[in-house]
Design a protein around this ligand. Structure first.
Ligand code: ACO
Length: 438
């Protein structure tokens, strides 16, 4: 009876015992199997009790070893390593390796991993032509979603997802090509020729090259900005079962190739409540315009007219640890780029919000999107590119979640149930008998 839940169905008086399962932490992530509830029936022909959980507020959809978040205490760990340690001591490709393999790479493993990824940074020339077909003002996130889905047509062998070697090849390709597609989408939108990858530069240095190279023979990224972008990529690499990772797992559960699943995950990320939020933060800060307008804006938020973008989180009920790292990093970036007035508005907005009862009561703190947009803008990235900058590093998180799902014998095609609230069976009404007012 220990480690079990006893439930009495008051409709029948019957009692049921369900085992309780635990993850690594007994006080965090204890669960019963929802399928056990099906034993609870009010009558013989009863289907059995369902758990009703719109938006999965309290449903564990999987067991996972990838990322741990303790939202109450503001803790984020990849494979057991704290985000603070990884951001200050690691680099993005090393963290990508960790997320996918479960362990930090040795020197040789990292060299091999980096070589393989940098080997795949080019995209097929037909993909370039495909991207040319988008209108000049197409949102780069729309281009990214469309183009990554189109990669599926180039690599038909990728459908063989049960072969670990085939999967590994798609990891290289996807991690390598996302920055290229992202940068080409930007160059397309401003009518600049595409800047081809330069593999002498690192992963993030090359991304700057593909984004910003003009007529110089060799582009040299600023080392401070390159390091800052690398840290931003580490912070965005995974975040357990969020909306886009769940999209990746859901779509992936019907077993298509990873390109179309990544496109679905990126589409989920695009929305303003998820990865699109940093774009909205910048628009909000611009709309506020100056510090003296903040109290009025907060009033509108509290009246329910607006949301304070970059605040609040489904899981964090404390300061988002990623936002803390970014807030500290902002000064180093601004030393190179010059101060951004929007940062002063953001700092004041945060100060006022954190002292306000509305935000205290609801435990609303800055999330990662609150500061990332200001930093991206200082680095010269246009606002439209912000969700794209999120999708590049998150690709590895999506892939880690996808592979874990494929290797989990308990996972099947995702297919939720519903509580039907519509009509009971009705007879077809002939056209001439229908009431036109309805
Ligand atoms: N501004 C003002 N009020 C807010 C905010 C906000 N940003 N976020 C939540 N609230 C309020 C809600 O109105 C609600 O108030 P009520 O109890 O009076 O109705 C209460 O706080 C609880 O909020 P929920 O909407 O239930 O929280 P939920 O977990 O569903 O939403 C979300 C989380 C979507 C992130 C929400 O906080 C939000 O919309 N934030 C702004 C968008 C944003 O920054 N998204 C990025 C998230 S991080 C990421 O995806 C990388």
């Amino acid at each position: 009876m220990e480690n079990s839940l006893t439930v009495v169905d008051n409709r029948t008086g019957k009692q049921y015992n369900f085992p309780i399962m635990y993850g690594t932490y007994p006080n965090y992530g204890a669960a019963i199997r929802s399928a056990d509830l099906r034993q609870i029936k009010a009558s013989e022909d009863d289907f059995g009790l369902l758990g009703y959980d719109p938006a999965f507020l309290n449903t564990a959809s999987c067991k996972s070893k990838v990322t741990f978040i303790d939202g109450e205490r503001g803790i984020l760990r990849y494979r057991g390593y704290s985000i603070e340690d990884l951001a200050t001591k690691g680099n993005y490709l090393e963290v990508a390796y960790l997320l996918l393999h479960g362990e930090l790479p040795t020197h040789d493993q990292l060299a091999d991993w980096t070589k393989n990824i940098m080997h795949h940074v080019l995209i097929h020339e037909n993909m370039k032509k495909f991207m040319d077909g988008f209108l000049y003002d197409a949102h780069p996130m729309g281009i990214l979603v469309g183009t990554v889905a189109a990669l599926s047509t180039l690599y038909p062998e990728a459908r063989n997802i049960s072969d670990p070697m085939v999967r590994r090849m798609q990891f290289y390709r996807l991690i390598a090509k996302m920055p290229t597609i992202a940068a080409f989408a930007y160059r397309h939108s401003i009518g600049m020729p595409y800047s081809y990858p330069d593999c002498d530069l690192g992963y993030t240095g090359n991304f700057f090259n593909m984004m910003f190279k003009r007529t110089e023979l060799k582009y040299q990224p600023d080392p401070v900005l390159e390091k800052a972008l690398d840290i931003l990529f580490i912070l965005h690499a995974d975040h357990e079962q969020n909306c886009s990772a769940s999209a990746m797992r859901n779509v992936g559960s019907s077993l298509p190739d990873p390109y179309v699943s990544i496109a679905a995950a990126a589409a989920a990320l695009y929305g303003p409540l998820h990865g699109g939020a940093n774009e909205q933060v910048l628009r909000m800060l611009r709309e506020i315009g100056s510090k003296d307008k903040i109290p009025d804006y907060i009033k509108r938020v509290k009246s329910g007219e607006l949301k304070l973008m970059g605040f609040g989180h489904r899981v964090y009920k404390n300061y988002d640890p990623r936002a803390k790292i970014l807030k500290e990093m902002a000064d180093q970036v601004f030393e190179v780029t010059g101060k951004n007035e929007l940062l002063n508005i953001a700092l004041e907005l945060e100060r006022i919000a954190l002292e306000d009862d509305y935000f205290i009561k609801r435990r609303l703190y800055p999330n990662v999107d609150f500061y990332s947009g200001i930093i991206y803008q200082a680095m010269n990235f246009p606002v439209d590119m912000f969700p794209v900058l999120f999708a590049i590093p998150r690709t590895v998180g999506w892939l880690a979640q996808w592979e874990e799902m494929l290797n989990d014998p308990e996972q099947k095609i995702a297919r939720p149930r519903q509580v039907y609230t519509g009509y009971d069976c009705r007879s077809y009404v002939p056209m001439e008998e229908r009431n036109s007012k309805v």
